[in-house]
Unconditional design. Structure first.
Length: 79
């Protein structure tokens, strides 16, 4: 799976997770958010979420705090 971390209209980080067959730039075009913060690949492990890699087309890479943000979103459905 791939992901792009966006900054929403309130300034919060919002991850969008999508299938690997969709290109990063194609998904970016579909999102209303103006700022993409980071992008890469996501893997679920026995220890939780792991973010790695980069998007060459967006010139972004996985951020050091991305896994924690995504993990928190999975743990709190209301977020």
């Amino acid at each position: 799976m791939k992901y792009i971390m966006f900054e929403d209209f309130s300034g919060a980080s919002v991850p969008i997770i999508f299938p690997s067959r969709i290109n990063f730039d194609e998904m970016r075009e579909q999102m209303p958010y103006t700022t993409a913060l980071s992008a890469g690949y996501i893997t679920l492990t026995g220890e939780g979420v792991r973010c790695h890699g980069q998007s060459k087309s967006l010139q972004l890479e996985a951020g050091p705090g991305d896994a924690a943000i995504i993990q928190a979103k999975f743990e709190d459905a209301a977020s």
